[in-house]
Design a protein around this ligand. Structure first.
Ligand code: SF4
Length: 357
C-alpha cells in the first residue's frame, strides 16, 4: 500500500505524515518558520479550511488553498446522548461509504473511538461490522478527520483526548494509513493516550513492535481456548491463540504499561468461573489486564448470542481478580446508543434496504 504523495494535485495535508507535509509546504510557505505555524493549525486546532489560519496573510492562505486541501469526512447523523453521555456519529465518506465514531465522556477525560476501515474482512461473528463484510481502508485524513469533527462538535481541545482505534475495521490491516494518522495525532496527543485494538493479526503486531513510538495495545481474545476462539473469530485459524500469546508476552512495553485483553462476554458460552480461570492461565507470564465487554445483541447477529446477567458478569470478573488478573467491565458505555462496532451503520443500512412504503 502506498503512502499518498504530496505531488498529486491538491494533496490533502491530513493524508501526509508531519515530515512529508513539512516537505510539501516548504516551497510554498516562506519564511520557513511559517511552515510550523501552518502545521500548528492543522495538528493542534484541526482546521478544515485555510481561511481559519488567521495569523497567515490572505495571499498565503489563497496559495495554500490552490495547492492543498484539508478535507474531512462529513457527519450525517449524531445520536442523542445516552444516559452515560456517550454520543455516536455516523459519517459519509466521499464514495458514499458509512463509518462510525463514538464520543465517550469519562469524568475529567474524554475518549473518542475511531474507525480505521469502512467495513471489516475479519468477520468476527459477534460483530455487526463483520456481518456487513469487508470495506476499503480509510485514508489518514478520514481517520484524523473523525477525531477533529467529533472533538470540535463537543468543544474539546485536542490535548485533552484519549483515542481508541476500536471502531469499524481492523487497524493492523490498514497499517500504513493508521501509522500516518498516529504520527499526526502525536503532534498534539501523547502516544500513551492512544490505544490500538486488534483481533490479533500477528504480522501487524510484529510491525507495531518495531515502531519507535507505539500506542497502547489492546487485543481481542474472547475465548479461553483455541477451539472456541476460532468458532467466533474465524481469522484466528490463521493467527492461532498460542502463537499470539507468545508474541504478546514478548511485546515491548514501557514501564508501568500493560496489554489490554478484550473479552466479549457471551451468556453461557465463555462467561463461567472456569472460563475465567482458564483465561487467567493463558495470561500467566505476561503484563495484561482484561477488559470484559458484555455482548450487545443486534438483529444482524446470531440468536444464540446473549448478554450475560449482571450476576454472571460479576462472578466472571471476581474469578479473574482472584487469579491475580486485573479486570474492568465495560458495563453500559454506549450500550444504549448501539455503540458496539458497526451497529449504527447496520441500522442505517437496514433502513436503506427496507422496501419503501
Ligand atoms: S470486532 Fe473488529 S476485527 Fe472483528 S469483525 Fe468487528 S471490526 Fe472487524
Amino acid at each position: 500500500m502506498e503512502r499518498p504523495q504530496a505531488t498529486s494535485p491538491r494533496a490533502n495535508l491530513y493524508d501526509l505524515s508531519p515530515e512529508a507535509a513539512a516537505a510539501a509546504l516548504a516551497p510554498v510557505v516562506q519564511p520557513s518558520f511559517r511552515v510550523r505555524q501552518v502545521q500548528e493549525w492543522i495538528y493542534a486546532h484541526g482546521v478544515d479550511s485555510f481561511d481559519s489560519m488567521s495569523n497567515l496573510s490572505k495571499q498565503l492562505r489563497s496559495d495554500l488553498a490552490e495547492r492543498f486541501s484539508l478535507a474531512f469526512p462529513i457527519a450525517r447523523e449524531r445520536t442523542e446522548p445516552a444516559p452515560d453521555g456517550s454520543v455516536k456519529y455516523l459519517f459519509t465518506l466521499e464514495d458514499g461509504a458509512l463509518i462510525e465514531a463514538v464520543y465517550m465522556p469519562m469524568g475529567s477525560r474524554t475518549t473518542l473511538c475511531l474507525s480505521s476501515q469502512a467495513g471489516c474482512a475479519v468477520g468476527c461473528t459477534f460483530c455487526v461490522t463483520g456481518f456487513f463484510g469487508a470495506g476499503r481502508n480509510l485514508t489518514p485524513a478520514e481517520i484524523v478527520g473523525q477525531m477533529h469533527r467529533v472533538r470540535l462538535d463537543q468543544g474539546i481541545p485536542t490535548e485533552a483526548l484519549n483515542v481508541v482505534f476500536m471502531g469499524m475495521g481492523e487497524p493492523l490491516l490498514n497499517f500504513e494509513h493508521v501509522v500516518t494518522s498516529l504520527e499526526i495525532m502525536e503532534q498534539a496527543i501523547s502516544p500513551r493516550r492512544v490505544t490500538l485494538s486488534t483481533a490479533g493479526i500477528i504480522p501487524g503486531i510484529e510491525d507495531l513492535a518495531r515502531l519507535e513510538r507505539r500506542p497502547n495495545l489492546a487485543v481481542s481474545i474472547n475465548a479461553p481456548d483455541r477451539e472456541r476462539r476460532e468458532e467466533i473469530m474465524p481469522i484466528t485459524k490463521k493467527y492461532p491463540l498460542d502463537e499470539l500469546l507468545e508474541l504478546l508476552k514478548s511485546f515491548p512495553l514501557e514501564h508501568g504499561r500493560e496489554i489490554t485483553i478484550e473479552y466479549v462476554l457471551l451468556a453461557g458460552w465463555n462467561d463461567s468461573q472456569r472460563d475465567a480461570s482458564m483465561l487467567a492461565g493463558l495470561l500467566r507470564g505476561g503484563r495484561f489486564k482484561v477488559n470484559a465487554i458484555p455482548f450487545n445483541p443486534d438483529p444482524a447477529l446470531p440468536d444464540w448470542m446473549k448478554r450475560p446477567t449482571d450476576a454472571a458478569i460479576d462472578r466472571f470478573a471476581a474469578a479473574l481478580n482472584r487469579a491475580g488478573v486485573p479486570v474492568t467491565v465495560r458495563r453500559s458505555k454506549g450500550h444504549e446508543i448501539a455503540a458496539a462496532c458497526g451497529q449504527l451503520r447496520g441500522r442505517t443500512e437496514r433502513r436503506r434496504a427496507a422496501p419503501k412504503a
